[in-house]
Design a protein around this ligand. Structure first.
Ligand SMILES: Nc1ncnc2c1ncn2[C@@H]1O[C@H](COP(=O)(O)OP(=O)(O)OP(=O)(O)O)[C@@H](O)[C@H]1O
Length: 257
């Protein structure tokens, strides 16, 4: 699905990604964990071909950067939900219209949707638990509902890769848990997309995630299976703090010692 070999990205004289080696195989579900400024967003934007590496080789969904067509051709297969790449919508657009527009490459509904697309948009609204807000103007929805609309929208074109960049930012506890439930349910479906879930928070590593990439100062600190990596020792070293870890409902929670 994804292969990065010795990848480096330079911005204003600083390597914001430095010698990244990372491979994501079909069937795996990944969390990308890192503190502020670790390079998580830079990495995601590279996978979506918004950044090109200065060094190394990047292959995403069988397309090798510098060799195969990228841009829209690649982004067709990637669902990206990111605060930094927030799409602009018309104020009066409803949740349903926004989800439906995900079936097209343009932001607005300039083309005529098929019946199949309309059915699909409705089903996705049900899947993310906000069908009852289908006709509500997007602008009037809460942050959590907006995020779920954006996730439903990103699933309209059956992406092979679904990238969620800090999707719980700004959500209250209830909205955050609802969003996490949505993410878990997407991963449990038949033939789910490969999810890359970016976060600062260890407790968002849901049971459905199989692997974790720990990114620090633009470098891979560790990467591998969730069960192997999530230990007090490795997380204490990662955060440079002595930590206690507790598992509840198959999710890890950290406490400073
Ligand atoms: N265009 C740029 N020019 C210079 N520095 C940049 C540029 N883009 C990002 N950076 C720097 O690269 C580093 C990584 O940024 P990035 O946004 O990828 O981090 P992040 O892990 O997503 O952080 P956060 O969790 O705060 O969103 C930061 O130190 C940032 O200031």
């Amino acid at each position: 699905m994804i292969k990065l070999e010795h990848v480096g990205l330079l911005r204003q004289g600083t390597w914001i990604l430095d010698d990244i080696n990372w491979q994501v195989k079909p069937g795996e579900q990944w969390v990308v964990l890192g503190l502020n400024g670790a390079g998580k967003t830079a990495l995601l934007h590279m996978l979506s071909a918004f950044h090109f590496p200065v060094t190394g080789e990047v292959t995403v969904l069988g397309r090798r950067f510098g060799k195969d067509p990228l841009g829209e051709a690649l982004r067709q297969d990637i669902g990206l939900v990111s605060q930094t790449l927030k799409q602009r919508f018309y104020v009066e657009d409803t949740a349903y219209q926004i989800v439906l527009s995900g079936g097209f490459s343009s932001i607005g509904l300039y083309e005529t949707p098929t019946d199949q697309m309309r059915q699909k948009a409705k089903q996705l609204l049900r899947d993310v638990g906000i069908f009852h807000y289908a006709d509500q103007a997007y602008e009037k929805l809460s942050q959590g509902e907006k995020q779920r609309v954006m996730i439903a929208r990103s699933l309209m074109r059956n992406p092979k890769l679904l990238i969620l960049d800090e999707p719980t930012t700004g959500l209250d506890f209830v909205a955050k848990e609802q969003l996490l439930e949505t993410v878990e349910s997407i991963m449990k479906k038949d033939n789910p997309p490969t999810v890359l879930y970016v976060t600062h928070h260890v407790d968002e590593i849901l049971p459905g995630f199989t692997h974790v990439l720990m990114l620090k100062d633009g470098k891979v600190f560790q990467s591998g299976e969730r069960q192997v990596l999530l230990t007090e020792k490795s997380l204490s070293a990662f955060f440079q703090l002595p930590l206690d870890m507790m598992w509840q409902h198959e999710r890890p929670y950290l406490f400073k010692k």
